[in-house]
Design a binder for this molecule. Structure first.
Ligand code: SD4
Length: 309
């Protein structure tokens, strides 16, 4: 079967990720290789403080990374709270392909990565360390995600609810020329999080879900709210019931809004979805969520998503 190949990614820096993914797609490659190639771009982008190397650390100064990957055949792999490895997405893929497991965490994930030949390195950059030390002066971490004081993903004092720059997790979904769907998600999670905190991104069904017969979804924003909602699985199930990707994203967001009316005033959650026809949908709680889209007709498109507020 043939289809209209397409790649979509969360946020505007997804443009660069899409370009890497498109290199794979345009030569007839597999969507799985495309999303991995795409996710590797922000992982080594020194300007992205929410993914990979240069990601902001946890409360104790450790950069710890979450990532997941899934293909159209129900294969998936993930790592959580992985330290010292700049490409968690590629470790997630090895978990999928080389182990009988789906998710490895912490020290065990690092051990596995090293066994697989990944080079451990210091991921905390001088810039991230300085931002962390600045935050430490007051160390006002708000574990409740709806707090105004949440310094989520950003330097203290610079958080504006719905600010596009607060959230920089990459979720990338691809449909290749043969109609195969895959997705990947990679992040350093919430800046200044408690050591050991795991967000939605490495949880299959929360930050990422792919069903090769229906569609794929990924999320960005406050992971706790997405885990609670089994968000990406919900979006895919809604598509299975006949919703368009847009309708499915809106319904999943509205369910969070309905159940968490106070919390959602300040926190952000956004979903991005793609079905097997190549239709795209996106919706967020706060304004400012954008996604990047690449297909044969239109490369490098940045599309603002609709939102509740
Ligand atoms: C997390 N969902 O760890 C991630 C963070 C995120 O854009 O999406 N940032 O909760």
């Amino acid at each position: 079967s043939s289809s209209k190949p397409i790649v979509v990614s969360t946020w505007d820096f997804g443009v660069a990720a899409n370009q890497a993914a498109w290199e794979v797609i345009k030569t007839g490659g597999h969507a799985l290789d495309a999303v991995e190639a795409g996710a590797r771009i922000p992982e080594v982008d020194m300007k992205n403080h929410s993914v990979g190397r240069a990601g902001y650390p946890d409360r104790d100064g450790h950069v710890s990374l979450d990532a997941s990957i899934m293909d159209e055949r129900w294969r998936c792999g993930a790592v959580a709270a992985l330290e010292h490895i700049a490409h968690p997405i590629s470790v997630a893929r090895r978990v999928m392909e080389k182990t009988p497991h789906v998710l490895l965490v912490g020290a065990g994930a690092l051990q596995f990565a090293i066994e697989q030949g990944f080079q451990p390195e210091e991921l905390l950059t001088p810039e991230s360390e300085a931002a962390w030390k600045d935050w430490l002066k007051e160390a006002r971490y708000a574990p409740v995600a709806n707090s105004e004081m949440s310094t989520y993903g950003h330097a203290p004092g610079s958080v504006v609810p719905g600010d596009v720059h607060n959230h920089d997790t990459l979720g990338i979904l691809a449909l290749d020329a043969q109609g195969r769907l895959s997705g990947a998600c990679t992040t350093s999670g919430m800046a200044w999080k408690l050591r050991g905190r795991v967000g939605d991104s490495p949880i299959i069904g929360a930050g990422l879900y792919v069903d090769g017969e229906i569609g794929a979804a990924t999320s960005t924003g406050v992971g706790e709210e997405v885990i609670r909602n089994a968000g990406s699985f919900l979006v895919v199930e809604l598509m299975r019931q006949g919703r368009t990707p847009q309708q499915a994203c809106e319904e999943a967001v509205m369910r969070i809004v309905k159940r968490r009316p106070e919390a959602v005033k300040t926190l952000q959650v956004g979903f991005l979805a793609l079905n097997t026809k190549g239709d795209v949908g996106a919706f967020a709680i706060q304004k400012g969520f954008v996604y990047a889209q690449c297909d044969a007709a239109k490369t490098d498109l940045v599309v603002p998503a609709k939102s509740v507020f």
